[in-house]
Write a new protein. Sequence first.
Length: 192
Amino acid sequence: MKSVLLFLFALSILGVLSQSIQDQYRRATRLVSSVHRYSMYTRDARAYVFRQSTRAAVIITPSLPIRYNNINYYWYGNYVYDASHPLKCEYPIDLSADKEFQNVTYPDGSKPPSLQFGCLNYEDCCGLECCGDSRTSTVLICGIFLFLLATCVGYKKYQRYQIKKNDEMAMVTTNSALQPLLDDTNIEVHAV
């Protein structure tokens, strides 16, 4: 029983550790995708969304989304609800950190404060991307651990019940075998 519990505990620890490894992978992927996103953003968006001026990329139509990786990105205030991505996310643009947005302006010269986009219900907003909810898998791993623990405890109780039941049956069988002898009036029983 103890070895089973130790195994289940080790399994749950491995699950939590795998979540942290996945989170590190997501962070690394975000860095790579940021470079890829920048190249896509400058190539695709220049043709349809921006007008190049001398120093800035001017947003011609703020209501027009930039589509990247099957997600529509909208400039602040122009988000359109999408039933396929119902969770609304907002990415605040930090001009000191986001080089790809440093020279982006509205026609009046103001800078967009954020980008808005949608994610699936079971996903989280992770910067400019949607990522899986790591809490869900952690809860799932803990739930499986508790289920297996309850199964082990239930099995042990069932074994004890079976042993007790077998002992009672043996006692009844012994008593019923001795009963005709005890009913015989010719036999004397003496206390020792």
